[in-house]
Design a protein around this ligand. Structure first.
Ligand code: GLC
Length: 784
């Protein structure tokens, strides 16, 4: 069943019915400053910089009715006394009498509805580089008689750490200052030092809500507007026909304006509301008026659209499949940017924080769109490495604080991210930048990535594989103290080969030898001690028992050990083909590859917390999307274009639009996982907008299926496509030049390049050179 469709022309996903199986979210704000999460019925909330420390509006997580509150506009017909919402929620009128369309675009959301002859069109967005959000509401009388309407706004504030809504409401209700003054509502209190602020001082910030039309009445206290024993669907103020004008300090802060609107037949009026944050009291008075005009809203909206047009122009593709184009050109990079900037909040978690591991991976899908931002992120990550090479697992942006190390995989992601950055940009000077360690001293980025490898290679267990530490990529194989990880071993091999490749390029002979040796030693060990006969083991537990073996009753085969053995070049072709056959046999399904099989039936502390999850969900054998992207890469590395595309389509949400009632999450955003066939809700998605599959799917699509891979000294063209494709075109920026690449596939092969012409001249091999002229270069690639 469909709830909407992709509108390729406008870069929008159009939702045609509001009762989606879960709230389908979008994000407003092009950066990590002012962030607003908004659903298809305008549910969601806003914060500034940190969802935990500088929250602005409220959201009731996992409450019923779901997805409330939000950015609401109520419309009341003063003749019939009937009232409804311009976003379906929260009043919820019957769908047979209610027209609805929501367009989630790139950092904006438009919701258009019609009820009782009144059409409303809401546009929500955060202007580029501004600390406020605009709600533009057009209301049109579609009937032939004059209509007297009463409009009410509603937003609930939360100018404290949202956790306090559960654990300390008594104190917040006594803290919040509230005020209505000259057409604006203000709410302010202090950031919460109890939540980890370094200097333990209280910082103030000010939230405001204002409009282009001075309201007739207002409410700033929730209980006054909603009334007691009611909810957002039937507020007392609306039934009475006006707000209370009651000024009070403390209590539950909201902003509701009542505005009388008389509309002649076919007449339309535009209301503009702005919700924002300032550091000083009444600071917004200096600039906000300008944005309360239709003309300036239009200008700001155009700026936003231009921002995205420019951003996405770095890589545009045209393949025989429209959906692959949409994903590669729009949705995947869009989610990648959002997850990089705002991965501290999503529908399933209000405050995720930034993790070292995930953040490194996010930069890898972002680098050719915004290399400056990538560099900024990598410098932050470099700072939280310890002198010994280990890295802090997480950090808190607002307070510049980081957690402890001890996760075996963390340092290795930094190696990949740095190499990806340098390959894309050619910024070799970055390697020389000297950055402090978390525990004193400093070193260059180049030395830091070496340390990452050295640290892992130093911490080996009895089988000479890396110790798992607190955990590896799989947070739930958290055996603590002991245990060895085959996945980290493969990752180490890749990291060591990556450093060797870089050292070769930098003419650092000793390093070439050293990292080649590390890679080969570890490669041999993996092949000697973790080959189970038909596939690779996942790990040894702390007592030396095998995990991920045919001999185990549960968790016989794990996906990551097979695909990482291929990605790292550990497996020879025979073993690679063999283990991928077993992956297909045991893990594959129409919704993607399960993380392991069979799932654990119960908790076994020796292996980790994995068994706490129900069989088939999350890390316990769920279809985790993140490694599915790696599986696509692994198949491409084996030259299997058809299989790679089949695996991609199985888990990519875009291909599930027709079965949205099963998948439940947004068709335009990757999810963390789907339930596997070991769970009754097979296919059900969860934790959308929170997944490492975003950068890796992008890498899989662009660098492995389309095969356009930046190298230190050129652009490698190495496609691995479905053999029915007759070719594809890519426009790509690289090192200041623009490459117009056309790949032709006359013999319908999946893999292998026969000939490449660059600006009409044949080149040897498949590495397109870097030009220094900042011009357009035409590249024709013949496969065969
Ligand atoms: C989540 C985490 C990620 C971890 C994965 C597997 O996606 O964000 O860091 O690798 O789960 O446990």
């Amino acid at each position: 069943m469909q709830y909407g469709y992709f509108d390729e022309k406008n870069n929008e996903y159009v939702i045609t019915r509001p009762d989606t199986p879960t709230p389908w979210m979008n994000y407003l704000g092009v950066d990590d400053k002012y962030v607003a999460m908004i659903s298809n019925t305008a549910g969601g909330y806003s914060y500034h910089i940190s969802a935990a420390f500088k929250s602005l509006t409220r959201y009731r997580y996992n409450a019923i009715p779901m997805d409330r509150p939000g950015r609401y506009i109520y419309i009341k017909d003063e003749e019939t006394k009937d009232y409804w919402s311009s976003t379906w929620q929260p009043v919820i009128k019957p769908l047979d009498k209610y027209k609805y369309e929501c367009r989630h675009g790139l950092n904006y959301t438009k919701i258009k509805t019609e009820y009782a002859g009144i059409q409303s069109s809401n546009l929500y967005f955060v202007p580029v580089n501004k600390d406020f959000e605009i709600w533009q509401v057009k209301i049109k009388n579609m009937t032939s008689k004059t209509r007297n309407l009463n409009i009410f706004t509603y937003t609930e504030f939360c100018v404290w750490c949202p956790l306090k809504d559960i654990v300390g409401i008594g104190s917040t209700l006594s803290e919040t200052e509230m005020e209505y003054k000259e057409g604006t509502v203000y709410h302010y209190s202090y950031t919460d030092p109890g939540q980890g602020l370094e200097d333990m001082s209280f910082r103030r910030y000010y939230a405001f809500f204002t409009s282009n039309i001075k309201p007739q009445t207002f409410d700033i206290r929730r209980e006054k507007f909603i009334g007691l024993y009611r909810d957002e669907s039937n507020p007392e103020a609306i039934e009475k026909g006006s707000c209370s004008n009651y000024q009070v300090k403390g209590e539950n802060p909201i902003a509701s304006f009542q505005i009388l609107l008389t509309l002649k037949p076919n007449q339309e009026k535009t209301l503009i509301f702005i919700l924002g944050v300032t550091n000083e009291k009444y600071e917004e008075k200096k600039y906000i008026k300008k944005y309360l005009t239709v003309i300036n809203v239009k200008k700001e909206f155009e700026k936003l659209n231009k921002y995205w047009q420019k951003y996405l122009s770095s890589f545009q593709v045209k393949t025989p499949e429209k959906m692959i184009d949409s994903i590669t050109n729009i949705w995947n990079p869009y989610q990648g940017k959002i997850e990089h900037d705002k991965r501290i909040t999503w529908y399933y978690t209000y405050r995720g924080g930034y993790g070292f591991r995930d953040r490194n991976q996010k930069t890898m899908g972002l680098v050719h769109f915004d290399s400056e931002l990538t560099k900024k992120t990598l410098l932050i990550l470099a700072k939280i490495q310890y002198k010994n090479g280990d890295c802090s697992h997480g950090y808190d942006v607002i307070n510049d604080k980081s957690g402890n190390g001890g996760f075996s995989d963390d340092p290795l992601w930094f190696v990949y991210a740095v190499c990806a950055y340098v390959k894309e940009t050619g910024d070799f000077d970055f390697l020389k930048e000297v950055v402090p360690f978390k525990d004193g001293g400093k070193s260059s980025i180049y030395e830091k990535i070496k340390l990452c490898c050295d640290w892992t290679f130093k911490n080996l267990g009895p089988h000479k594989l890396p110790l798992t530490g607190i955990a590896d990529w799989n947070d739930c194989l958290n055996q603590k103290d002991g245990g060895e990880s085959q996945m980290v071993a493969c990752q180490l091999v890749k990291a060591a080969y990556d450093i060797k490749e870089l050292a070769e390029f930098l003419n650092k002979e000793e390093d070439v030898k050293k990292y080649d040796k590390i890679a080969n030693t570890m490669k041999n060990t993996i092949n000697q001690v973790t080959w189970d006969g038909e596939w690779y083991l996942r790990c040894f537990d702390k007592f030396g028992n095998i995990v991920g073996s045919n001999k185990n009753k549960e968790g016989k085969i794990f996906l990551n050990s097979q695909i990482w053995a291929i990605i790292s070049n550990v497996a020879d072709r025979k073993r690679a083909i063999c283990c991928m056959e077993q992956v297909k046999k045991y893990l594959s399904s129409k919704y993607g590859l399960a993380l392991l099989y069979p799932a654990y039936k119960s908790y076994n502390p020796v292996i980790g917390t994995i068994g706490i999850f129900l069989p088939g969900l999350k890390e316990n054998g769920g279809i985790f999307c993140h490694p599915n992207a790696w599986a696509v890469i692994a198949e491409c590395m084996l030259g299997k274009g058809n299989q790679a595309m089949e695996y991609f389509k199985n888990y990519a949400p875009y291909f599930k639009n027709d079965i949205a009632e099963i998948i439940k999450t947004e068709p335009y955003a990757y999810t963390e996982y789907y339930a596997s066939c070991e769970h009754s809700e097979f296919g059900c998605g969860r934790d959308s907008w929170y997944t490492g599959s975003v950068p890796w799917s992008y890498i899989a699509l662009t660098q492995y299926i389309l095969g356009i891979r930046p190298q230190y000294n050129g652009l490698l063209i190495d496609p691995c496509i479905p053999n029915e494709w007759n070719g594809f075109k890519v426009d790509r920026k690289f090192r200041g030049n623009f490459y117009k690449i056309e790949v032709k596939n006359p013999n319908k092969v999946s893999y292998s390049v026969k000939e490449i012409l660059v600006d009409g001249k044949k080149i040897t091999g498949n590495l397109v050179p870097i030009f220094k002229d900042k011009k357009i270069h035409n590249v024709i690639v013949i496969m065969g």
